[in-house]
Design a protein around this ligand. Structure first.
Ligand code: NI
Length: 137
């Protein structure tokens, strides 16, 4: 089994808040990410797949094809968008990095299976110091 990771980047706006809480409660829980008028992050997404080496190609997966899939199904929907408003697969969720990682997993997993390999990990860096990893459960 060999693991291969593709890195992609996107920039997006969001805020973290619950409508039913007041500004003070939201700030207590979500800090500056709760400010009402949105803010942005430069996110870095790492998509790791696992599979067997193809002895003919020396590859596990055609990484160009993997990149195209990530761009079509994920990056094009996130880049320069508002995660709270614009993104169909983030509807009705708090726009946290955790929820984003799970949502991206759910979008990509069935498509990546079609390549004959399996999704292993979604990692998202929100800032230099904060990142989230999701392994599908
Ligand atoms: Ni934020």
């Amino acid at each position: 089994m060999v693991f291969v990771t593709r890195r992609e980047r996107f920039s997006a706006a969001h805020k973290l808040f619950r409508e039913e809480w007041n500004d003070e409660q939201n700030f207590d829980v979500f800090g500056k990410c709760s400010y009402p008028n949105w803010h942005g992050h430069n996110y870095i997404l790492y998509v790791t797949i696992k599979g067997e080496l193809n002895p003919e190609t020396g590859f596990v997966v055609n990484i160009k094809k993997l990149s195209e899939i990530i761009k079509e199904h994920v990056i094009s929907k996130l880049d320069h968008r508002n995660l709270n408003i614009d993104v169909d697969f983030m509807k009705d969720t708090i726009a946290s990095t955790e929820n984003l990682a799970i949502a991206i997993w759910n979008v990509l997993e069935p498509i990546i299976n079609l390549l004959g390999v399996h999704l292993h990990k979604i990692k998202i860096e929100e800032t230099e110091n904060n990142f989230v990893e999701y392994y599908g459960s």
